[in-house]
Design a protein around this ligand. Sequence first.
Ligand SMILES: Nc1ncnc2c1ncn2[C@@H]1O[C@H](COP(=O)(O)OP(=O)(O)OP(=O)(O)O)[C@@H](O)[C@H]1O
Ligand SMILES: [Mg+2]
Length: 868
Amino acid sequence: MAEMTPMMKQYLEMKDRNPDSILFFRLGDFYEMFFDDAKLASRELDLTLTTRDRSKPPEERTPMCGVPYHSCDSYIARLIAKGYKVAICEQTEDPTTAKGLVDRDIVRVITPGTVMSASMLEEGKNNFLCAVYADSAAIGLCLCDLSTGEVFGTSFPTGEEARSHLENELGRFHPTEAVLSDGAYHLDGLTDFLRDKLDCMCENGGEGRFRYDAALPLVQKQFRAGLESIPEGDRAAVQAAGGLLTYLYETQKTDLSHIAAFSYYTTGQFMELDLTARQTLELTGTMRSKEKKGSLLWVLDRTKTAMGGRLLRGWIERPLLSPVQIGRRQQAVSDLYEDIITREELAMTLKEVTDLERLIGRVVYGSAGGRDLVALANGLGKLPRIRELLEGCSSALLQSLRGELDDLPEVRELLQRALVDEPPFSVREGKFIREGYSPEVDRLWNVINHGAELVADLETRTKEQTGIKNMKVRYNKVFGYYIEVAKSQTGLVPQDWVRKQTTVNAERYISQELKELEHTILSAQDQVTALEYQLFCELKDTVCAHVAQVQSSAAAVAQVDVLTSFAAVAAANGYCMPLVDNSSVLQITEGRHPVVEKVLKGTPFVPNDTHMDSGDDLCAIITGPNMAGKSTYMRQVALIVLMAQMGSFVPAQSAHIGIVDRVFTRIGASDDLSAGASTFMVEMTEVAQLLKNATKKSLLILDEIGRGTSTYDGMAIARAVLEYCADQKRLGCKTLFATHYHELTVLEGEIPGVKNYNIAAKKRGNDLIFLRKIVRGGADQSYGIEVAKLAGVPDRVIKRARAILEELEAGGGVQAAAPRPAEEGQVSLMDLGGQTVLQKLRMTDVNILSPIEALNLLAELKQDLQES
Ligand SMILES: Nc1ncnc2c1ncn2[C@@H]1O[C@H](COP(=O)(O)OP(=O)(O)OP(=O)(O)O)[C@@H](O)[C@H]1O
Ligand SMILES: [Mg+2]
């Protein structure tokens, strides 16, 4: 590396400044990578690794690989998806005019939280970058979607609850990248949570970026609105916002004025849900595959715009707590629900509204092209029709949204006049300015398209003026355009023509006029592309001056879209408008599970009632056979509550929902047997969390608590938890408690507020019929063996399980110790020397064994026998 080229020096200097990014170094039509970056990129992107200096011995060669500049997006997207950052280094001066080494600079660093190109973003999903600041007094959190310009901020005083608040908020926004202050980076387990649970890239941003005295002026300068709602003295929120802005400035190096409104919120504004509840209730993705299909979002999403799609997610992630706000949404949904024509016309119009939010983001950011401006104008063009449709709606919310819809007629008209309907992809090659907008552009295009005619014109004109009959205008590479005059007529040639060449029969000349025409024709292309680009920049600036209006119109469209979607879903699925208030009632008549009812094939969904309150009906113990529908029922109640608090209608005949401050879920190990007993620790951690954080206004969904450990321990824990929840002096909050520990049904009568329910099933012959109806009282049997049979467990095992169960039930203990003659087709315990088996059976208490456990035990015993 002794004699390094100047370009390599330049490269290494750039790389030095961005050690943690892969450097895309622009060389002509390629982005090149060198050294370790090249090795890494060639591996990750399947690119061929080459070298620049083949003349040197192999160990001195510089590894290198590259991607074409025009198709770099897909390569960058792949690197970002794999968790890398990419620094883009461009040539900052024109290489044709540069003297010596071309100037280069990093124009931006692309990171997971700051991607802008449409191909790297999901339409109906926000992409958040977050910053967390933490010190001994408070934790500050700020989130920003660079593509839409939305910014949210909040803070929590340090204390036991701060961490769970923080994680809940992070789980809600699901950022793809986090910049943490040094203090936050070292918060116990925070980076693990972000990386493992949210798949979020984490970076220690140090303390400097987050200093209050530096943060405050940045925040004040960047945000036009919303700062007044940050409470006096809330330094942590400002510091987080400052850290976030600093990071954006360092990586983006461009106009970020679309990030202008700061939304400060407090944790008391929205229902708080932890990651577990979000995931187990399958709000936006299923547990298993994380897909949208099968989630609540999937059922509720009939939004037509990308903005509406994102907002719906937001509303699902942030149910409200204020009956007044919920009422406003409900009224709007109700208007649209009643008026089918308006609703459908709205849906049709909304379908054509483009993603105004991200379009304006790209315009300001500087990555928009002609197509984006046209799309923006087209989208704005639909707003008058939406205003017209909303005119007849009485809801106060719809009327105020209608007032927000500004279609910016002048801007729109300007864009439509200036740009062709379908501009080409690049703004650097012209051909997007509409004819008639700029006389100069038209003239230049005329020259380019009609060069030959102009030459012919000139020829005719010259002939007439000079009287030379035998002349022709011609073109060759050496002289360009010239006039050829036959020798016989050279006498007529005007004085000011310049003779260029003599041939056998003719003389060749250039006239001033021809010279000018030549220049016009040859330079028209360059001129027109430059001029069109300049006009594009002017249009862009005009649009930029209206960022705020476009953003608030976009926000209004998003709301109209979600409300229309709620109404459409309600109408299609037979939902009702719930009564939501501050009472402590939870009353649902004929409630259904919004997702399960959609996926059931063949069989109808059986609706069920729910009645809970803060008195006699505080806790419901739900028993019933496996597969009866316990889990479905409990989730259904939780989802109906959530939907009601989003402002949506709910799948029920009628519902009265007293505001719930939080929903907690603990879904037992039985729902995820593959994770098995090893999850017991997780289960208990979650139980601990929810018991600590729940309030009297919370709703708990406890599905088979204690399932992951030995029967006695499990039942003891289950009982203790239930007692704690039901006790008005302790927690006293609404609890749905599904269990296979039938022994727990004795608690009704012992503890006030606890009631037994079961989901009935009937045995007809050897078949089990699920009635799906929830009724008062405890279940008498578990029918675990029947369910095992349904599931296709081999007959032999089933038969044997029945026998064991009978023995167990008859004996009240284990009687299997006595040797018995082997029956035909049945394994004899003694024959196989099943000492361990006997030992295990002796230790088993039938009374506390659920059928599934009996089955598991049986499988285990069999295993023991086979091994012996
Ligand atoms: N109300 C209902 N109407 C129709 N089908 C239902 C209803 N409730 C549940 N089901 C069907 O029964 C299946 C099993 O329900 P679920 O998982 O809730 O049972 P479970 O009682 O929790 O069983 P386990 O004790 O094994 O956990 C569901 O996947 C669904 O297909
Ligand atoms: Mg269940």
